[in-house]
Design a protein around this ligand. Structure first.
Ligand SMILES: N[C@@H](CCC(=O)N[C@@H](CS)C(=O)NCC(=O)O)C(=O)O
Ligand SMILES: [Zn+2]
Ligand SMILES: [Zn+2]
Length: 193
């Protein structure tokens, strides 16, 4: 069967397996064999989704990354902080990566006026614990072309995402796009609450 790969963790259609509503976090580990960087996350993840952009970390054999958010005050570096560096200081999301294995441990927004300020971006697949929220949609789908996917495969990939229960969007989901616009409308005084 000529099936396209989205991400090894969801390709088998088993995306719903482990979500646990009582789950309250775990430890993210980098992929080094020794001296693993560890980041403690004391919260369940939200808005877990597949991201097709070129900036988010993904395993070598994946077309999409899997990324979610947690409150930034629930994230702390617990081991080998010295191995972390910021991938791009000028990006909106400052991604803290392990210098040795390249994995992004978390991403942080420092611009206090950004609608997503206060949320850190994490890859729950780096955690040995199970119970994290399930992947709910696919964002920045058209961007996979910038990552090398041949454009003629796009409809096959969008169909496969739908088959896996992940509605494909070329930016963020409508819910998150609304959050961004509500923030902008409040800032401009168009709406008050
Ligand atoms: N088409 C671009 C899209 C990049 C992009 O805008 N990514 C989104 C989703 S992660 C974003 O919010 N980026 C902010 C950032 O990377 O700092 C690419 O693939 O590089
Ligand atoms: Zn590492
Ligand atoms: Zn991304």
């Amino acid at each position: 069967m000529n099936q396209v790969s989205i991400h090894p963790l969801i390709d088998d259609g088993n995306n719903t397996a482990s979500e646990n509503h009582d789950f309250c976090g775990g430890v993210l580990q980098c992929l080094c064999t020794n001296n693993k960087v560890e980041v403690s996350v004391n919260s369940q993840s939200s808005h877990n989704h597949a991201c097709g952009c070129t900036k988010c970390w993904k395993p070598a054999d994946a077309t999409f990354s899997i990324i979610s958010v947690v409150p930034r005050d629930k994230v702390s570096i617990s081991k080998h902080q010295g191995k972390l560096h910021i991938v791009d200081e000028y990006a909106l999301i400052q991604r803290y990566a392990c210098r040795d294995c390249g994995v992004h441990m978390f991403g942080r927004i420092e611009n206090k006026s950004h609608p997503f300020y206060g949320l850190d971006f994490i890859h729950t697949e780096l955690s040995p614990q199970s119970g994290w929220s399930k992947v709910k949609f696919a964002a920045f789908v058209s961007s996979i072309i910038e990552g090398g996917t041949p454009p003629h495969k796009m409809s096959l990939i969008r169909n496969r995402l739908r088959e896996l229960g992940l509605e494909p969007y070329d930016c963020l989901s409508p819910e998150l796009m609304d959050v961004i616009s509500i923030h902008a409308a409040k800032k401009a005084g168009i709406i008050t609450e």
